[in-house]
Design a protein around this ligand. Structure first.
Ligand SMILES: Cc1cc2nc3c(=O)[nH]c(=O)nc-3n(C[C@H](O)[C@H](O)[C@H](O)COP(=O)(O)O)c2cc1C
Length: 221
């Protein structure tokens, strides 16, 4: 698959087939993703790959925490505390598209919670990944890490696999670190679902819009 094709094909997939992904497939994706650039070649990425019985055990802990209102613990502030325009509008549109795809009505809090809870089982994907880095690293390493994550998702797409980056999987960083023996002195950035797309699932039927170049680019000649 050529890069252009993979860039256009990648999308966030939130329903997966019950079909295993081999350790060799994951290793070959990571072998490609590790070529991502990073400032002074810091290579800040650390990855925990969770599958099989270990995935089941961890997702049970996360779902228990979610349904028992365990306070969340994030290692960094992902989103603004106060949403400004136009980001507030885009955020609302993003949620609307997702909930409409699965027929969840606006005021149906219970159905929304149930859909959100799907995050904690990586939407049924056979593989759940966690991405973290040493907590001495600074904002530049977040940039580097983003490049690694997109490289990972593009390589996975080329392998015929689907992904969904998941900020939600960084919401209980204490539980996750303890379960996976990840040192406390780290920043858990996000998680990710990896597997084969269930192409018939209604939640996978939509694509998110993008701005036109005129809306976000200025040329200075
Ligand atoms: C770092 C990151 C974290 C995300 N966290 C979540 C998440 O927790 N749950 C979810 O359903 N989607 C999550 N997404 C997916 C975004 O909603 C999605 O990328 C966006 O709506 C654009 O759609 P697309 O990926 O299909 O192009 C995340 C995406 C990124 C890059």
């Amino acid at each position: 698959m050529i890069v252009q094709e993979a860039l256009l094909k990648r999308k966030s997939v939130r329903a997966y087939l019950d079909k295993e992904v081999s350790k060799e497939q994951i290793q070959s994706i990571l072998e490609l993703a590790k070529h991502a650039p990073s400032g002074v070649n810091t290579q800040p990425w650390k990855v925990a790959v969770v599958m099989g019985k270990e995935k089941k055990a961890l997702e049970e802990k996360l779902l228990y925490a979610f349904y028992h209102d365990t306070p969340t613990k994030r290692d960094y502030q992902y989103y603004p505390l106060e949403w400004k325009s136009p980001y507030a509008t885009r955020r609302a549109a993003c949620g609307l598209q997702l909930y409409q795809a699965v027929g969840v009505k606006k005021g149906d809090k219970e159905a929304r919670l149930k859909q959100w809870a799907e995050n904690f089982r990586a939407f049924g994907a056979p593989v759940m990944l966690f991405f973290y880095m040493d907590d001495s690293l600074q904002a530049g390493s977040f940039l580097d890490y983003g490049m690694f994550l997109q490289s990972f998702m593009i390589a996975a797409t080329a392998e015929g696999l689907a992904t969904c980056a998941q900020g939600a999987l960084a919401e209980y960083s204490d539980i996750i670190k303890e379960h996976l023996s990840i040192p406390k002195e780290t920043i858990l950035l996000c998680g990710m679902a990896l597997g084969y797309e269930d192409e018939d699932a209604s939640i996978n039927q939509y694509r998110t819009p993008r701005l036109t170049l005129e809306e976000f680019v200025t040329f200075h000649e």
